[in-house]
Ligand binder design. Sequence first.
Ligand code: ADP
Ligand code: MG
Length: 672
Amino acid sequence: MEYFPYRHIDKTQVIKIGEISPASEYVQVSGKLTQVDLIGESRGRRLVAYLKDETGELELVWFQGISWIEKNLIVGNKYLVFGRAGFYMNTPQITHPEMELLTIGEATGKNFLEPIYPATEKLKARGITGRQIGKLTFNLFSLLNEKELPENLPLSIIQEHNLISRYRAFRQIHFPINNQEYEAAVTRLKFEELFFAQLRMGMLRSQRHHFSQGLVFDKVGELFNTFYRSFLPFELTGAQKRVLKEIRKDMGSGRQMNRLLQGDVGSGKTMVALLSMLIAADNTRPSDGSGFQCCLMAPTEILAQQHFAVLTKLLKGMPVVVKLLTGSTSAAERKKILPACEQGDVHILIGTHAIIEDTVQFKNLGLAIVDEQHRFGVEQRSKLWKKNEVPPHILVMTATPIPRTLALTAYGDLDYSIMDEMPPGRQNISTVHRYEHARPQVMDFIKNEISKGRQAYIIYPLIEESAKLDFENLMKGYEEVKAFFPEPQYWISMLHGKQKSALKETNMQRFVKGETHLMVSTTVIEVGVDVPNASVMVIESAEKFGLTQMHQLRGRVGRGSEKSYCILLSGTKISRDGRERLKIMAATNDGFKIAEKDLELRGPGDIEGTRQSGILDFKLADIVRDKKLLDDAKNMAEKIIGLDPQLTLIENLPLKNFLMSQKVKTIWSKIS
Ligand code: ADP
Ligand code: MG
């Protein structure tokens, strides 16, 4: 039901063949079938038929299913034909049209808007095409009645905002009877989506602000001071200092900190994290004097490992125990870490999602930091809350630049800090777009950089629908790169999602240590990885990447004092948006500008774009385009929570029921 069509094809119109122009897209015509020919040999074999009306002739072409189609087409009969029109030698043509036999006297087409659904390669390979999904959905709706899709908004809201019912909205978004109904359905469902998100956040925020209890870290002690005086490898930037102050204030306030720290790639968030953790570790629980523990969670194993390496190195000589826990930590190692953590002997636990599993217990968790996970949702955060009797302070760090107003919406339950200053000495990364045929020059350029002692990344797109394609793509690329960079003069590391993490680690470490010159990888490398000596980032098939993702990747270079370069390689066939993205990348290094452009470019139905920018997981709503709806939803939610923070009033019962039926039970139990 919630798998929505991305567009509808208007089949309500039947035009004349003579009206088809090069500007036509999908057309529907009716006419008489005058001729059917089988043309060509083996691979080039195709079926060509001709349809005539009083204004002209249309060519119909099939490459697949030829014999079946030929058997069913009858010359002399009238057909209703639908498909995407093209031109071949001045003759209008449709490849693989839909054909429907018209009975005598029937002159008009079917009167409806046909939904078109997105289908992945994997689905298609199993015969589930976008059209097939349409049929399944249609069947689904023939089984559903209004009772099974009850209203979840109070009548007052429905009336005030002139919304159609939930049931009608779901029907009409799939199978609209006309455009107005479709629009009304979209509006209703977008409102619902935004409203419940706001309601959830509002409840959490009000809950948090009412928490009289928050751990009080009012001491800046031995650990922090020693590190700051004797171990800090550089002077903090003004932004780092400011943010640290905000964090200290939060953690000392007696209220639970829930803060989002946003800082562009390379702005130095790790150091802020470390210093915050030292403050926590400097403080003790009044009841038994035990020191507070911290955890740092990263989205990938590689990044967790890197954090571990960086922090262990920085803290060398300090009495701070740092441990790493990921999905691939051995059972034996886990057996040691888990009890140590529970007894309070681990001061900083670094890891992946493995950290929030229930088996991981802390004696006294004081601060939880979530790195590079703008998608780390409210639900997951609430899991962290439960790791301690009094909820620990929480800091979420992200490099995804989000315009401030949007951040406040997307993270309405969080307070917000921003690091808008880079460490000194950073140079702009020169970014250029090159076409495929310039590859040899690009490779020569890399060779030249390597001869100066630098290293380079070459990144291939991740094809989410097909791990296989993805892998093939990368392997092909790897072979190509190898041809340009033969051993033993050059050494190459390769990294991809399918590798065992031990191998990943080895490959990564070789690159980090400078033992390999090149890192060929999919986007698993995307976040956080820090190799200051790397000066070239080549992005293959760059037109397939979203803006924020390219910006993230580019942030892997320019981390040292050397001049760095980002080269966007693409084929010559690029969509307009793709071209625009490459242009923006070449024009600016500013993450905020890029974020804004990104939001501008991606349409509400652009599933790929939404996923890549990853700001919010709304299915329909777009927080930029639907600003007005968003404001309405927000106001409404705030009003309701203001009057009835626990949703106990009878008129708010549908809201409560709906929230409870969603995957937010953990939060619910927290709130109520
Ligand atoms: P991000 O914000 O992307 O996580 P990192 O924390 O990885 O950035 O920092 C990027 C690089 O900048 C690291 O090599 C780090 O050591 C360095 N760095 C951080 N803060 C400073 C600073 N104040 N002065 C100089 N270098 C810094
Ligand atoms: Mg980082």
